[in-house]
Design a protein around this ligand. Structure first.
Ligand SMILES: NC(=O)c1ccc[n+]([C@@H]2O[C@H](COP(=O)([O-])OP(=O)(O)OC[C@H]3O[C@@H](n4cnc5c(N)ncnc54)[C@H](O)[C@@H]3O)[C@@H](O)[C@H]2O)c1
Length: 297
């Protein structure tokens, strides 16, 4: 596929990342088809996009006309076959589970045009593993956006073992056209960014479990000492605790280093339905802040 020939982009998943990625692509003047399992989920995703666009207008980043054009560029559907028809490129943003992603990529391989690029927004599952579920590993690549996708500049570009130079070059140009900064990394569990931040967040949870400091104070110290915009617990709630748990379980299984073993507190919260910040995460009872009844002020 050539960048100028891209007619349609398919975004799989209308959750935190899928809706953000759909917005970014639509703002870049691409026609986007965003899918999820139910129409409630696609509508929720579309609402998130509208809220995000309203914020961008308020901040003077885009005009009202841009926002309207963006919404017009997005179609939502629960029909994967329809979403994949005539697509130039898929960006998959479904839950962080290897078996699920493999199943989805096999389906995409069957449903998408032969030359379509199949990208995954996985936070850390090896692209080589996902690509192996298809008959076109040369067209599979990791395009790892950060949350919130419309705001964050970095995109980690992950080359699988068999990703072709054409697919890599296309992806770099595509990200630049969206106004992002693509940085290439080699395939490995967690790539660079996820492996690094997972160990920081995990360490913060363990220090809390050891009684060194409380959640709010750890966040305050991280922000004031290191100039982080969010503390590790705020970041965990924002990312989604289930996503974080999936990432840690995968890193621990693949790398075998106990520093990636999921902390007990995180497991307990996820098993009890505390999946992260209720404002961003569908169906969540809350995150660390809600469970421990800490004020976010
Ligand atoms: N949350 C973050 O900060 C973040 C950042 C970068 C990357 N990621 C990665 O992005 C991916 C998505 O994460 P998220 O936070 O958006 O999760 P999420 O739970 O908010 O959204 C995932 C969505 O995928 C939908 N889905 C499940 N199966 C599907 C299918 N077969 N077809 C279409 N949709 C399907 C779910 O219903 C859900 O709405 C994960 O791989 C995650 O690791 C997340």
């Amino acid at each position: 596929v050539k960048l100028q020939d891209v007619k349609k982009i398919t975004v799989l998943g209308a959750g935190i990342m899928g809706s953000g990625i759909a917005e970014v692509c639509a703002r870049g003047n691409y026609k986007v088809h965003m899918t999820d399992l139910t129409s409630e989920l696609t509508s929720r995703g579309l609402e998130k996009i509208k809220t995000s666009l309203a914020k961008a207008i308020e901040k003077g980043r885009i005009t009202k006309e841009n926002a309207n054009a963006t919404v017009t560029n997005i179609k939502v559907t629960t029909d994967m076959r329809e979403a994949c028809r005539d697509t130039s490129m898929v960006i998959e943003a479904t839950p962080e589970e290897l078996e699920l992603k493999k199943r989805i990529f096999k389906q995409l391989d069957d449903l998408c045009p032969r030359e379509a690029i199949l990208a995954t927004n996985t936070s850390g599952i090896m692209v080589t593993d996902i690509a192996a579920a298809t008959t076109r590993p040369e067209l599979v690549i990791g395009i790892h956006f950060f949350n919130p996708a419309p705001v964050m500049k970095l995109i980690e570009i992950v080359r699988g073992t068999l990703t072709s130079d054409e697919t890599y070059n296309f992806s770099v140009d595509f990200c630049r056209k969206l106004g992002k900064v693509p940085v290439p990394v080699n395939d490995s569990p967690g790539f660079f960014t996820t492996r690094y931040i997972a160990s920081c967040i995990t360490e913060a949870i363990r220090l809390f479990e050891h009684g060194i400091a409380n959640i709010k104070d750890i966040d305050t110290m991280s922000k004031l000492a290191f100039n982080w915009p969010l503390g590790p617990f705020e970041l965990a709630d924002f990312v989604g605790l289930d996503t974080l748990l999936h990432i840690l379980e995968y890193l621990f299984r693949e790398i075998g280093d106990p520093r990636y073993a999921a902390p007990l507190t995180l497991k307990k919260l996820v098993k009890s339905g505390f999946l992260g910040s209720p404002t961003t995460k569908a169906g969540s009872k809350g995150g660390f802040y809600e469970y421990y009844q800490i004020s976010r002020e």
